[in-house]
Structures are given as structure tokens and as C-alpha cells.
Design a protein around this ligand. Structure first.
Ligand SMILES: [Zn+2]
Length: 160
């Protein structure tokens, strides 16, 4: 006896605005390079985008100093509590920056927020291309990962 899985067509929602973020950690150069190159191509008019792409150097102070962060890890500053925390002269730069990014790309969880944020990082481990998504049920991110895996020359990533 043979069983057949029922396959249903899946319609994905259209993305209208995507954020491309580099430099969340100022010493991770790949994302910084990609954001800078994307901006150059936009200025030259070479970027033909089907969606609006917002390019952001997430932590410009850390990028300028070539350090991971200047006062606290920006990657840990996107909780709702930190995003709504009052600001004083003693507030770490990265918390202030997270609130600026939340205004630019969000507000987080709202209908005005960008549809997708691609936050590009590096690692010092020799692990090739590493793709991380927040949920294994996010079909858009899974399709993006599949697309990137198919186009990479990294045999380790391509085999997965
Ligand atoms: Zn990082």
C-alpha cells in the first residue's frame, strides 16, 4: 500500500520593504561592506529593486572604532523594555541607537515595521556561510536560505 502526502500550494505574502543591516557589531566587516556597496550601487542607479531596501549601518560608532560595541552589545538592546526605556545622559549609546533603529525600521511588532530585517554578522569560527532564522516555520526566511545555499560556493553549506 502506498501513501501519498497531500501537498498544498503555499502563497507567501509579498514583501514591500526589507532592511539590510550591517555593523551591528562594529568589528564584523562583511555586513558593513555589503551595506556600503549597496549604497554605492543605489547612488549609481544600478540597484534594480523589486522591493524597497533600507540599508543601515546599525552601530556607526562601533564601526568607526572597529570594535564589537562601545558601551553595551547592541544585539541585546531590542527588548521591548529597552526600546521604551527613558533616556538620560548615562544611557549607553547602543540603547539610544536601538531606539533610533526601532523608529527607523519599526516600531517592533507594529504594522509600520519593515517586513524583513537581514542583520549581517561575522564569526571568527571557520564555519562558512551560516544562516540563522528565528523560526523554522517562517517560509520567507526558509526560501531565502535555500536560495542563498544554492548559490554559494561553500561546499559545506551547499551540502546541508
Ligand atoms: Zn555580530
Amino acid at each position: 500500500m502506498m501513501y501519498y502526502a497531500r501537498v498544498e500550494a503555499v502563497t507567501l505574502p509579498a514583501l514591500s520593504c526589507v532592511a539590510l543591516c550591517g555593523g551591528t557589531h562594529g568589528n564584523e566587516l562583511s555586513g558593513i561592506y555589503l551595506v556600503q556597496e549597496t549604497l554605492k550601487n543605489k547612488r549609481k542607479g544600478e540597484a534594480m529593486e523589486a522591493v524597497t531596501v533600507v540599508t543601515v549601518i546599525s552601530n556607526p560608532r562601533a564601526v568607526q572604532q572597529r570594535v564589537r560595541y562601545t558601551e553595551t552589545d547592541l544585539n541585546r538592546c531590542f527588548t521591548y523594555a529597552m526600546l521604551s526605556a527613558p533616556v538620560s545622559e548615562r544611557t549607553p549609546y547602543e540603547i539610544i541607537r536601538s531606539q533610533e533603529l526601532n523608529s527607523l525600521l519599526g516600531p517592533k511588532g507594529s504594522g509600520q515595521a519593515v517586513d524583513l530585517i537581514c542583520d549581517l554578522h561575522n564569526t571568527t569560527a571557520n564555519m562558512g556561510l551560516c544562516l540563522i532564522t528565528y523560526a523554522d516555520s517562517d517560509w520567507i526566511c526558509l526560501h531565502i536560505c535555500k536560495h542563498l545555499q544554492a548559490r554559494t560556493n561553500d561546499p559545506y553549506t551547499a551540502q546541508r
